[in-house]
Design a protein around this ligand. Structure first.
Ligand SMILES: Cc1cc2nc3c(=O)[nH]c(=O)nc-3n(C[C@H](O)[C@H](O)[C@H](O)COP(=O)(O)OP(=O)(O)OC[C@H]3O[C@@H](n4cnc5c(N)ncnc54)[C@H](O)[C@@H]3O)c2cc1C
Length: 463
């Protein structure tokens, strides 16, 4: 006989917190909601669950996969080794865990990536207990900030003003609760993909909070000036990876900022803006936001493939571009200024479709985030919201000289140029021993390709 409400035997009932892009304990409203619900019941146990979906694991790729494994290790430690990791599709795993724990609900932080949002809606219909969403990976959830007439913003600056006026909640308290429960066998963390020489930063909530504290206390004050300098190790906060995995919540960061930190606050808002844009325009993962750009004549064929390969592996012959692409392969991360320059180079010097570059970035970036990435690319391509006008073509040489004036960034990532002093590292063609260590010659002539890019733009503008 099933244990009913009046039965002398009451099956243990717990709540489940399903960790997804919120791999932390502090400032986690969804986790807190699970704990509060359990605490109010006769059986105050919470199942901390992570589901390793084979399809999502595949999609994540080796770089983010390796980071996830380390992050799960850290999360497991902070849960006193009680993190229940189950492998399989959520549609199959959740019913198993719900049954084993006689769970009354499943708590999640809402995810706004279009395909996850759709999967959650479908899953919700199938579950026998409620799927309760509390909070999201954003200070203000996508879809919340709108114009007076109810339509979404398409331009960043007015969005920023409205986002600021809307405001956000204070960080959620950190639970002191320790009554975690593992009602089923833990399948364990997946095997960490072998990344060869690629070095990732330390993962986990503690490392993220420490990184934020360090940045806030030492570098934030100079952020407005230093953020464009890829040669400065601490010019930017390097929090994009922890934000991607939810090891820190943007609200935790925002609560420490004042108006004098507005430049940094605006960067945090770009992440929120792009999530909002993607939420309202889910097809922009692969489609131009501005359909006029569908007519852009992209290069394809053998020569384009060779150029693409050279770009991917940092062998274009343009030192600043190559340093950026090699930083990506060495660290799974690239400085924002250099991301803009390499993206511009692929689109406007090599005339290759932005989607190919975006795919390559998603393959290698540890902070790879579909909203920020696709819209960062569309911004450069001119096809996105608030986009940089197509006719603004980054000069890969002068950008390097301006933002890496001593050539340190180039020398660090391009060993073939390590012998060139100062800014000469940006122009090996100007010095006698520039090619002594077989640095590749430029694959295209920037001044020629710039003219071609502008002509292509004029054509699509007229049409
Ligand atoms: C072509 C291209 C692709 C990009 N792909 C991604 C991506 O996949 N994932 C990602 O997180 N960022 C992406 N960005 C944005 C930006 O380059 C990174 O967020 C930033 O370099 C991360 O370093 P940081 O944490 O030190 O940044 P900081 O300068 O310290 O900024 C703080 C935080 O603000 C947010 N932020 C800053 N700039 C941007 C921006 N332009 N767009 C959105 N958010 C921003 C990030 O969350 C970042 O961690 C991309 C930019 C471009 C031009």
């Amino acid at each position: 006989m099933a244990a009913g409400f009046n039965s002398p035997y009451r099956a243990p009932m717990a709540t489940i917190h399903w960790f997804r892009r919120d791999l932390r304990l502090s400032d986690n409203p969804a986790l807190l909601a699970a704990i509060e619900e359990a605490a109010a019941s006769a059986d105050p146990r919470v199942v901390p669950l992570f589901i390793l979906d084979p399809d999502q694991w595949q999609q994540l790729g080796p770089v983010r996969g390796a980071y996830l494994v380390s992050s799960l290790n850290e999360l497991g430690k902070s849960l006193n080794r009680n993190l229940l990791i189950r492998h399989g599709k959520p549609t199959q795993v959740l019913p198993e865990v719900i049954a084993a724990a006689s769970a009354t609900s499943v708590h999640i932080s809402a995810d706004y990536v279009p395909e996850v949002l759709a999967a959650d809606l479908a899953l919700e219909k199938q579950l026998t207990v409620p799927l309760i969403r509390t909070g999201s990976p954003y200070a203000v959830a996508p879809g919340r900030v709108r114009k007076e007439d109810g339509t979404p913003y398409r331009v960043y600056t007015p969005y920023y003003k409205a986002w600021l006026a809307h405001g956000w909640r204070l960080p959620a308290v950190t639970p002191s609760f320790t009554n975690w429960w593992m009602p089923l066998e833990c399948h364990g963390r997946p095997t960490e993909p072998d990344l060869g020489n690629l070095q990732l930063p330390a993962a986990g909530e503690a490392a993220a909070l420490a990184q934020w504290e360090k940045f806030k206390d030492t570098t934030l004050i100079d952020y407005a000036e230093d953020r464009n300098r890829p040669d400065f190790i601490n010019g930017t906060s390097r929090l994009s990876i922890p934000l991607r995995f939810g090891e820190i919540h943007p609200r935790t960061i925002l609560q420490d900022l004042t108006d004098k930190d507005e430049v940094y606050r605006k960067e945090i808002c770009w992440r929120e803006f792009y999530a909002d844009v993607l939420h309202h325009n889910p097809d922009t993962i692969s489609e131009n936001l501005n359909k006029q750009y569908d007519l852009m004549p992209w290069e394809t064929g053998k020569a384009a493939e060779q150029n693409f390969e050279a770009w991917c592996h940092g062998k274009t012959g343009y030192p600043f571009v190559d340093a950026g692409m090699r930083q990506l392969l060495a660290e799974g991360w690239m400085h924002n200024r250099v991301r803009m320059v390499v993206a511009s180079f692929l689109i406007k010097d090599l005339h290759i479709d932005w989607r190919r570059g975006a795919d390559w970035f998603m393959q290698w970036l540890a902070d790879g985030d579909i909203a920020s990435n696709q819209h960062g690319w569309q911004w450069t391509a001119g096809s996105g919201t608030d986009a940089s006008p197509f006719y603004r073509v980054f000069n890969p040489i002068t950008q390097g000289i301006k933002f890496d004036p001593n050539g340190d960034y180039v020398r660090k990532y391009v060993p073939e140029l390590a012998h060139l002093p100062g800014e000469t590292a940006h122009e090996p063609w100007k010095v006698a021993d520039g090619y002594k260590f077989n640095y590749p010659k430029t694959i295209v002539d920037h001044s020629v390709e710039r003219v071609r890019a502008l002509a292509d733009y004029e054509k699509i503008k007229k049409s």
